[in-house]
Ligand binder design. Structure first.
Ligand code: B1M
Length: 210
């Protein structure tokens, strides 16, 4: 089994205590950090999601896999740093109301931060009004990121984008959206300024928008 496969197996099995060490071993063995993230950890979460869909595992197993992934990301974080240095101002991010998934949002936040933004993370289950308040409270923020992982919370993303537009804030901030069920088509339909499929492209797009 390769080092990356070992990381994937440990994430999938929810072995939080050993994932950090395995990620470090993979880094020490010269594995590419992005490959460890994409193939080792995100790949494992996809397997977990598939098993959940087939009723082979249940919410507690998904939760322990998520915890294990977070441990691995902690070790990987310094190795995924972007160009840092340059200051691109503030970036507000949150997962929409009703949605508790935060791994993808945290990865986007991490890449955004390491690209030179000051990150304001509103957390998960964030009501539309809280996004609006945060944007108003930070007039020097020019990009906001809205994440959703459930098809059932896509309407909350639509409401969030609408609330930001209705508050007249689209002249201040560009609205970025993303998350597994989100598409460019949906982003266009709800009036978001930008859709990106993953954390790395979110960071490079944010720099263009800032
Ligand atoms: Co949930 N869950 N979950 N879950 N969960 C999914 C999303 C699901 C696809 C699993 C499945 O059925 N195959 C499914 C959704 C189905 C659907 O919507 N049609 C699902 C479900 C059904 C549920 C519950 C309803 C289950 C239940 O209770 N019966 C429940 C809902 C709770 C709630 O939110 N209200 C639930 C709960 C949970 C846990 C709490 C147990 C846990 C989350 C823990 C946590 O986040 N702290 C969990 C997990 C772990 C998953 C899976 C297995 C993994 C998610 C993940 O972290 N992926 C997931 C299956 C899957 O995704 N394959 C699943 C890794 C992460 C890096 O990817 O978040 O997609 P992702 O982020 C990517 C991109 O999407 C993008 O960049 C990231 C990486 O580059 N991105 C952005 C994300 N946000 C972005 C924002 C941007 C740009 C890009 O700009 C702003």
């Amino acid at each position: 089994m390769s080092k990356i496969e070992e990381v994937a197996a440990a994430v999938e099995a929810g072995k939080a205590k050993i994932v950090g060490g395995l990620v470090q071993e993979a880094i020490d063995a010269g594995c590419d950090p992005t490959q460890i993230l994409n193939e080792g950890m995100i790949g494992a979460m996809d397997v977990v999601g598939e098993k959940f869909k087939k009723n082979e595992i249940f919410v507690p197993e998904m939760l322990v896999a998520a915890r294990a992934m977070k441990k691995g990301v902690e070790v990987l974080k310094p190795h995924l740093a972007g160009d840092g240095g340059a200051s691109h101002g503030k970036y507000i991010i949150g997962t929409v109301a009703g949605d508790l998934h935060d791994i993808g949002k945290n990865l986007v936040g991490m890449m955004i931060e390491s690209s030179g933004f000051e990150l304001i993370d509103l957390g998960v289950d964030v009501p539309a009004e809280k996004f609006v308040e945060a944007i108003k409270a930070n007039p020097d923020c020019h990009v906001v990121g809205v994440s959703a992982l459930l098809t059932t919370t896509m309407p909350a993303m639509k409401d969030t984008v609408k609330a930001i537009i209705d508050a007249g804030l689209q002249s201040q901030v560009k609205i970025m959206v993303g998350g597994a069920p989100i598409t460019q088509e949906f982003a266009d339909e709800i009036g978001a300024d930008c859709y990106t499929a993953d954390a790395a492209s979110a960071a490079s797009k944010a720099k263009e928008l800032a």
